[in-house]
Design a protein around this ligand. Structure first.
Ligand SMILES: *[C@@H]1O[C@H](CO)[C@@H](O)[C@H](O)[C@H]1NC(C)=O
Length: 349
């Protein structure tokens, strides 16, 4: 028979309802008020409430290796102490995990303490959330504010992230940089539904993976809906991606695919549809095969192919001085593109 006594010693409150399918699997409903208690007690809980947790500086709110079927809820305000370190601030893994936010909750990273306008350079800044090996799982309704650096790093199979708000608007004036919304890699089956992202880098960046669906997005202030840079990683295949029904405003780019110069890999079966852009400062649509060290070289190579790209109803306007559409392909490496109702206009007069 499982005993809760040792866990109680760490400050765990066991709620009234115990799930008891069989005595051996009996797991409780747990409310944790410290990150240490959550880490120590997580395996014994079928539901975990993270109640106003102040995560100590330089430590991860560690919810890795959760027992299958666990339901995690963020309640109240989750905060983090300040230290220069790589993070992540939160890490979660497990199978069949359900993550939700209680009404009124906020995960407040207070990123301005790290922001220096230099992003991954300058002060060492923690990434926010690793969903690595969070398989057949869902994250719904989280409200996140001011991440120091990238927000969600997704490396999971069959994961759905719904109604997530990443509000890094303060970073526009306080030095936020490289605050990507969702970075997806090494994943098969990622659904991102109705996200709102106000940030200072890619709203979405897909570096590798298959069967990825992003819909209903509102992207403000960042670098747009990106695939890449693809190349020079362990996995350099991006396949079957649909990005649709989204708006991109006041951002550097709206639709972007970039591949690494001299690398090998493939980007295929890509659809961008019903994308509406406004206030784009660099490129409305940009597809380029010349990235090196995070910058374009101007000379494309053809080792990472980009095939079967559909743009359907990609419309809107770019700001004065920006380019509507920019394509830079290597010899023979951009094939089978279908573009329909792509209407990007500049600012006139
Ligand atoms: C492509 O990805 C979608 C999810 O976006 C999935 O429903 C579909 O089955 C995938 N298609 C193939 C051929 O795997």
């Amino acid at each position: 028979m499982h005993s809760f006594a040792p866990i109680l010693a760490y400050g765990l409150t066991v709620g009234a309802s115990l799930i008891s399918a069989s005595p051996i699997e009996a797991r409780g409903s747990c409310t944790f008020t410290t990150a240490a208690a959550a880490k120590a007690g997580k395996a014994s809980c079928s539901t975990i409430v993270l109640d106003n947790i102040e995560v100590p500086a330089g430590t991860t709110l560690d919810l890795t290796d959760l027992t299958s079927g666990t339901h995690v809820t963020f309640e109240g305000t989750t905060t983090f102490g300040y230290e220069e370190w790589a993070g992540p601030l939160i890490s979660m893994s497990g199978k069949d995990i359900t993550v939700t936010g209680a009404s009124g909750h906020l995960i407040n990273c207070d990123g301005s303490r790290w922001w220096d306008g230099k992003g991954t350079d300058g002060k060492k800044k923690p990434k926010f959330f690793y969903a690595h090996g969070l398989d057949s799982s869902s994250i719904t309704g989280l409200s996140v504010k001011n991440t120091p650096l990238m927000a969600f790093s997704v490396e999971s199979n069959d994961i759905t992230l719904t109604d997530i708000t990443i509000n890094n608007a303060d970073g526009d004036t306080l030095g936020g940089h490289n605050t990507d919304g969702f970075d997806v890699g090494n994943s098969v089956g990622v659904n991102i539904i109705n996200p709102t992202v106000h940030n200072q880098d890619d709203c979405l960046a897909i570096n590798s993976g298959e069967n990825i669906w992003f819909t209903g997005g509102t992207c403000i202030g960042g670098h747009g809906l990106s695939i890449g840079s693809v190349g020079d990683r362990s996995d350099n295949v991006v396949k079957n991606v649909t990005i649709e029904h989204s708006t991109v405003s006041d951002s550097e780019n709206a639709v972007r695919i970039k591949t690494i110069s001299g690398a090998t890999g493939s980007v295929s079966e890509i659809t961008y549809s019903n994308i509406v852009m406004s206030g784009i400062t660099d490129y409305g649509v940009v597809i380029q095969q010349d990235y090196e060290n995070g910058k374009p070289t101007g000379t494309p190579t053809n080792g990472v192919t980009i095939s079967d790209v559909t743009l359907k109803s990609v419309t809107g306007s770019v700001a004065s001085g920006a380019t509507e559409i920019y394509l830079l392909c290597g010899s023979g490496s951009c094939t089978d593109w279908t573009w329909d109702d792509v209407k990007v206009t500049g600012v006139c007069c």
